[in-house]
Design a protein around this ligand. Structure first.
Ligand SMILES: [Zn+2]
Length: 306
């Protein structure tokens, strides 16, 4: 299980001791609880909300947790975690990811090799396989349970599944025209190192597509510290300014940042909003089972290597 001590972090963008001030914390703070007693909170969505306090870096504006799980603890926690994709109905997920694809298509000719970090069952990958003209697909996905679905998502095209989220060393240098990370960057302890290594795999005019939460979004302002993205899985959360600085530090320039629409079954959304306000509803009436689109606090970023 590794060490019980948490990691003390500097700002992961500035990578030096900067001044910061605590901005968001839960009633019970994760950093005040022992590792073992915190583990049950890691998996549950409807239990008491506990997270590591988030501070704002005075230099780069990033919202990050100065105390967080260390890498060994994170690996152990992710290994015991059940897959969470079936929380959101499939039709809603497909529609949400279609919008990401349409955005990528505006900037990329969808050629050369394709890299995706954490594709899960390949909902986004399938869009690129059907609409793009890629030579080879490099898919970093540690969850063996989705391998079959993932293979299907690229049809009969050439692909390699790398069972390590950060196993870029197996990918040839300067081969890819597109790299994709959907809801991955908020989870990384050292996002600069990951993006810099990924850059070595990209062609000069390649496009990087990132989907992350946006902590300056309207939803975050409405629900405050109860915003679902404040959680034990996110060592930092970006906003348009801080993600721009992160990309510059990692050797990229930003082409575009856009608020994304998330499609939900209304019943799903209602349940989660009620939960955010402290009401636990196991089921809501079936009349709420329709799909709606909302700009709920995610952003799509497109960037190019420098
Ligand atoms: Zn900073």
């Amino acid at each position: 299980m590794g060490s019980n001590a948490y990691l003390l972090r500097q700002c992961p963008i500035c990578q030096k001791n900067t001044q910061f001030h605590i901005e968001v914390c839960s009633e019970k703070k994760a950093e005040e609880l022992a590792y073992e007693s915190l583990t049950p909170c890691w998996n549950g969505f409807f239990k008491e909300k506990i997270f590591f306090s988030y501070a704002r870096c005075n230099e780069c504006d990033l919202l990050f947790a100065p105390i967080f799980y260390c890498q060994d603890q994170l690996e152990a926690l992710y290994a015991q975690m059940p897959p969470n994709m079936d929380l959101v109905p499939m039709a809603a997920l497909v529609r949400t990811q279609k919008e990401y694809y349409e955005e990528l298509k505006k900037f990329s000719n969808l050629k050369n090799d394709y890299i995706e970090i954490g594709p899960d069952i390949g909902i986004f990958t399938e869009n690129c396989s059907k609409g793009g003209n890629f030579d080879s697909y490099w898919l970093c996905e540690p969850n063996k349970g989705v391998a079959e679905a993932l293979a299907k998502s690229v049809d009969n095209k050439k692909f390699t599944i790398i069972e390590d989220m950060m196993g870029f060393s197996q990918i040839p240098d300067q081969c890819a025209g597109v790299a994709v990370m959907i809801q991955v960057l908020d989870h990384l302890l050292d996002p600069v190192a990951t993006l810099a290594e990924l850059k070595t795999k990209l062609l000069p005019n390649a496009k990087l597509l990132l989907v992350t939460h946006n902590e300056k979004s309207l939803l975050r302002r409405i629900v405050g510290s109860k915003w679902p993205a404040f959680c034990l899985q996110h060592p930092q959360i970006y906003n348009p300014e801080s993600i721009t600085r992160l990309l510059e530090k990692s050797g990229y320039r930003v082409d575009s940042i856009k608020k994304s629409t998330n499609y939900f079954q209304f019943s799903f959304l209602l349940k989660h909003l009620l939960w955010a306000f402290g009401i636990q509803a196991k089921a809501v009436p079936r009349i709420f089972n329709f799909t709606i689109g909302l700009k709920l606090g995610n952003m799509i970023t497109i960037a190019t290597p420098n």
